[in-house]
Design a protein. Structure first.
Length: 93
């Protein structure tokens, strides 16, 4: 929860449906995408040790993992933009 913003009700800052609430949802989604990337890479590593796994599976899973990381970065960028628009972005420094 964000506190110390003059003129703002801290409960409203993180309420669902508010810009800060939506920004929080985007950050949670970004964390989830990073977890998906870790899972995909772990699966690729497991398949890499199996003779019966197709040769293309490792590179395909790595591409998917990278896509998840790109999406996570984009979600965090969008969350930061919402924070700026709502006036709840952390002070620089």
């Amino acid at each position: 929860m964000v506190t110390g913003i003059p003129g703002r009700n801290p409960a409203a800052v993180t309420a669902p449906g508010t810009l800060p609430g939506l920004a929080g949802t985007l950050r949670a989604d970004a964390a989830r995408m990073e977890e998906y990337a870790r899972t995909l890479r772990a699966t690729a590593a497991t398949l890499g040790g199996l003779d019966e796994a197709p040769d293309w599976s490792g590179p395909a899973l790595e591409r998917q993992a990278l896509s998840c990381l790109v999406a996570a970065d984009q979600l965090r960028t969008a969350a930061a933009a919402l924070d700026l628009h709502a006036g709840t972005a952390p002070a620089p420094g």
